[in-house]
Write a protein of this length. Sequence first.
Length: 197
Amino acid sequence: MTGTDAFFAKIRTYADLSEEAEHAWAELLRRRVYQKDEPFIRAGDVPTACAFVVEGLFYQHYVGPDGDMIVKYFFPENRIAASVSAALLAEPSRFTITAIEDSTVLEYEFAAFKRLVAAFPDIAAFYVRYMERHWIVEKEPDEISFRHDDAMKRYRDFIRREPDLHRRLKQHHIAAWLGITPESLSRLRRAIALGRM
């Protein structure tokens, strides 16, 4: 399956597209390769593009008030990496999105995509369903979990939900996502291995 085929297969999990809509969107797609540690979006820049991850892995992160790195989200294959609120408002992003691995993406300009949303009802349906799923349905439970669950529960839930991602990530990335130190994560791992928790 080519990158474009994978992209539209993913899009069709949200909404069916007409041939005309698919062709118009395909015209926007540009293949790009990012090296490990190369940023896709830098904090402070106004983002203009979205990137569908064909192969590889990205993470969205920022520096907290204490100078610690905080990971907000991971983007493995078949996810769309973007700083959506900053792109919508044409404001500087608060986050950086960086490749964790050598990665291949299909990029498209957000402004051009929004013109397609206005022109094609099926692309508009995709946009609404995508935003509903990723900005409401998935986001709210995560926000509640971070306020109420301890690090062990969040870590166990992450392993259960994202076993492949768990295997691919470095310990410091997982710790930064959980909001704990790598040393604390090591203690959690030892406790799980010993069957204590």
